[in-house]
Design a protein around this ligand. Structure first.
Ligand SMILES: C[S@@+](CC[C@H](N)C(=O)[O-])C[C@H]1O[C@@H](n2cnc3c(N)ncnc32)[C@H](O)[C@@H]1O
Length: 218
């Protein structure tokens, strides 16, 4: 999807949201691996439920998303001192070696494999040595896998949304190729709430790793 269509799509979604739902199970799992003080980049943060969770634990948080509504209306309402960057993650400009943690819950599965590789390399170069990168994406075992119009590989377009469904091996390859030591990598089933508060079960790849050396590929 183009940048303009993506932003319109998500702004429309977030205009309908009146409350920020509670933190995800993923952020709770991730926060057992490190402790404050640390600077966290929350990538594709949405209305910021996990950014808020990190901030209340005492982390410095920078939150980024393509949706201005999510960042400046919904997240803003919650009044915490969170830096916000509105950007398409494909165009995100980040300094090198500045974050202790790069975190993304359900934000990195909207792109082709080539785009994902570039986005990931950019995120990794912004991470300090020994920093953590934590990613949750939809898996090939998710109930929506195979629905809609098939593009390349495991990329499908359904309901105006493009989504890539990952195998654990693909994610691990991405980590390995970027010199990230894998600490935890698993398929996880989780019950989530939609914005209308109805529940659904989804299947994810959860992966957490540590940056071992600066990437020369980027
Ligand atoms: C399923 S939501 C996840 C939001 C949040 N991380 C959470 O767990 O609630 C996906 C988010 O990705 C953002 N997003 C989708 N495509 C994007 C892009 N190309 N650049 C930046 N953000 C994007 C959307 O605006 C949306 O907030």
């Amino acid at each position: 999807m183009s940048q303009k269509n993506t932003q319109e799509y998500w702004d429309t979604v977030y205009k309908k949201v009146d409350t920020v739902l509670g933190p995800t199970l993923f952020v709770k799992k991730v926060s057992t691996y490190f402790s404050p003080p640390k600077h966290i980049l929350d990538v594709c943060c949405g209305d910021g439920k996990d950014s808020l969770y990190f901030a209340t634990l005492g982390y410095t948080v920078t939150a980024t998303d393509i949706s201005a509504v999510a960042l400046f209306d919904n997240l803003q309402k919650n009044n915490l001192d969170i830096e916000r960057i509105q950007s398409d993650v494909r165009e995100l400009v980040l300094d090198a070696n500045i974050y202790d943690v790069v975190y993304s819950c359900l934000g990195l599965h909207y792109f082709s494999w080539e785009e994902t590789k570039k986005i990931f390399a950019n995120l990794v170069q912004s991470l300090k040595l020994d920093g953590y990168i934590c990613v949750r994406v939809k898996s090939i075992y998710d109930a929506d896998y195979g629905k809609g119009e098939k593009q390349e590989g495991n990329l499908f377009i359904s309901n105006r949304k493009q989504r890539y469904f990952f195998s654990k091996e693909e994610m691990e390859k991405l980590f390995f190729e970027n010199n990230i030591e894998i600490i935890c990598s698993e398929y996880v089933e989780d019950v989530l709430k939609r914005f209308d508060k109805t529940e659904y079960t989804a299947n994810f790849v959860d992966i957490i790793g540590k940056k071992l050396m600066n990437n020369t590929l980027y």
